[in-house]
Each structure stands twice: as structure tokens, then as C-alpha cells.
Design a protein around this ligand. Sequence first.
Ligand SMILES: [Fe+2]
Length: 398
Amino acid sequence: MYSTWSSPNPVLYGSGSSKSVGEQLKRLGCKKVMVVCDKGVKAAGIVDKVLGYITSAGIETVVYDGALSDSPDYTINEAGALAAREKVDGVVGVGGGSSIDTAKGVDVLLSNPPPINQYFARPGFPPAGDLSNLKPLVVIPTTAGTGSEVTPGGACADTANNTKENFVCPVSLGIVDPELTLGLSPEGTSTTAFDALCHAVEAVVSNQPNEFSRLFGMKAISLIGENLITAVRDGGNLKAREALHLAATMASMSILGPYCNIPHDIGAVICMMFHIPHGVAVSACLPEIFKFYAPAVPQEMKDIARALGGTVADDATPEEIGRAAADAVFRLMKESRLPRLTRFVKSKSELLTAVPKIMETQIFFFSPRPVTAEDITSILDKSYDLQLQMEQQSAQPV
Ligand SMILES: [Fe+2]
């Protein structure tokens, strides 16, 4: 029995590391780069700082600040056309997952004809497009969630078909500077951290685990369990921010090989159907998924429950382990004020309309146990009830 773990690209980690971006680009041979971001990161002043670090190294810049959530194909094609017109020789993605995915798409289009849609990855097929002449791509995440600074590909919304697709694009260098996350809102902090938590959990319980994925995944889960609530309550706490950013990178490293399963398989569909932020979509059903996992991977779920602060007896049954893990993650969802599913999906019947699409488009290849339409219906059904319960228990306005 063996499985694959792909070691990622170089990563600079540490507070203040983004200040070296200009020097790093120079080392990569860049003379004029496109900085890709969204309007929120630009307004927060982070992009201007990064632009200063780049220009002070003598490198010209062009800014594309039109990145949108889920990286719609038309934004990547628009940014790619601008990059080609401006003849840039490198790309820098600054922001959350969508900005970074947009930057990755631009990098593909700098050495391949548009549109990005012709490079969507298809299972069982080699990567589309010529990846041998890609320009340098530097990724600077400003959220601690997606971990796309170490993933050799990006995601893109196919707007004609309302699906989320992937394409291949390796990163030249990731720069993980926790200082850049100090201004992240409580909601942004919890939403992105839960995305990272899902990556790590899915790696640990995967049916194709390995020691690397388990090591990085369990460490990421512990770091999130120990630091998320502090970071949400005290956004300026650099120690908590450092822990979460490290967790996000490690969580993404953990999933390189085992890949995602049930949370992301459900999330990939409902985020597009109901316009739910990625981190909320993938984690909204976690408590019920934990109960579903437990009979197949009791030891892993016991470790996860404990890493999230839950109490589990050594001789607990799989059912008890599942309940303890579900309780622990439900508490974390509530206390970190993770946005509720009920904000985006108005009724349970509306949510259940996603079941056929989930079964049609997702194969649950890495799930630790087989998944049927009845299983997904049950998970969504009970998860909606739990989200309503969370809404009723919380004094927080929706
Ligand atoms: Fe994710």
C-alpha cells in the first residue's frame, strides 16, 4: 500500500517576509510584473505596501485589482489580456484564494493562448496547455485559509456552466507573512481558517493517507483548535495569527496527495449553487460528516476530536467518538462566529436540491467510506437543523 505526497514549492515563512518580495522577483529574473488582487485588499493598503517593496527593487508593476470571489473565468481572461498587452514577465498574487487563483490563471495565459477555459483539468488526462514556459509566479496570501501558496494549481468558476473547475499552474515562490493577516475581520478569519481545517481533516481521514499528510494535517488541526478563537477575539494577536497562517500552509501541504473528500465535494457544489463563501460551504456540514467518518476511521476521529479540545474516552465506541468530534467542531464554529449556512440558503428543501448535482459531479474518491445519495441527503438534512439550532442559540445578528 502506498500513496503520493508531492513536496511543494519554496516558501518564505515569517512575519515581515513580504518585505523581500522585490529582491525575490529580481532573483527570479523579473523586470516588470503584474500584481493581481481584489479591491478589498487594495483598499486595505496591503497592495500599496507590496508595490512599494517591488518598485524599490527596481521592478516595474502593473496592477489588476478586479479579482472576484470564486475567480470567474472572465476575470482571469481579462487580467490575462492586460498582462499580455503590458508584456509583463512575472505575476504576483496578493490576497485570498480568489486573487491567488486569478494570478495563477494569468500566469497560464502569459504563455498559452486564451481563454483559461481550455485548460481546465480533466480526471485521467494530462494537464492541458504548455507548462514548460511559465513566467515566475509569486504568491502572497493575506488570509490564513486556502493555502494556495503551496498548491500547484488554481480554481476557476466556469460561468457558462456554473461549475468550479481546476487548472494546473505551479507556484515559483510562496511568501507567508502573518503580519498581512492582522487586519482580517473576525468573519474573514473564521471563514478562511475553517477552509484550512477542512483541508487538514480531509487529509487525515483520506482513504489514501500517508505519514506526511497525517503529520502536517494533525499539526494544522491542533494549531487551529488552539488559536482560532483568540485570533477572532483579538485580531491584533500576532502569535495567534502566526499559528493560523502556519496551519493554513501546513493544511494545504497535507492535502497534496490524499486530496479532498466529502466536505469539499459538498462545498464545491453548494458554494456555486447558493453563492456561499468557500470556507462556509466546505465546513457547514462538518459535525454531521464527522459522525459519518467515525465508524470508518475511529482512531483518526479520536485524534481530531482531542486536537479540537473535545474529550474522548480511550475505550469510546465509534459512535461516541463521532459525537465528541462533532461537538468539538460545533463549539469551534459557534465560538469563532463562523457565518451560518442559513444566511445563504433559506430552507432545508432548497439545500436538498443540491443532492443530485453533488452525486452527479462528485465522486468522493478519497472518502474513507463509500457515499450514497441517501448519505448526502441525511448529512445535509441534519446539518441544516444544526445550523438553525446555532442561529437560535446565538445572539449574534445574522
Ligand atoms: Fe478549500
